[in-house]
Design a protein around this ligand. Structure first.
Ligand code: ZN
Length: 84
């Protein structure tokens, strides 16, 4: 099991989700994710977080995100229970 690459996969999930890995780097990680429920959990959590942050940033750029909404989002992230 130590050969499954969880450490490498989890360490690179954010980069993978942001599209910062080249195909050569991302392929083995994507492959690992397909077979590893633990890393899939990590990936979906990271994807949700990345999505929320990106949307908050986009809305802020359009000047339609009041700061208290951003605070609420950040508070939600901090208090998010470990199981969805
Ligand atoms: Zn894994």
């Amino acid at each position: 099991m130590s050969d499954c690459g969880c450490d490498k996969a989890k360490a690179n999930i954010y980069e993978l989700l942001r599209g910062e890995l080249c195909a050569e780097e991302s392929a083995p990680i994507r492959e690992h994710l397909e077979h590893c429920a633990s890393c899939q959990d990590e990936e979906s959590a990271c994807a949700r977080l990345t999505d929320v942050v990106r949307r908050a940033c986009e809305e802020e750029r359009e000047n339609c995100a009041p700061s208290d909404l951003r605070d609420a989002i950040l508070r939600g992230l901090n208090t998010e229970p470990s199981k969805a």
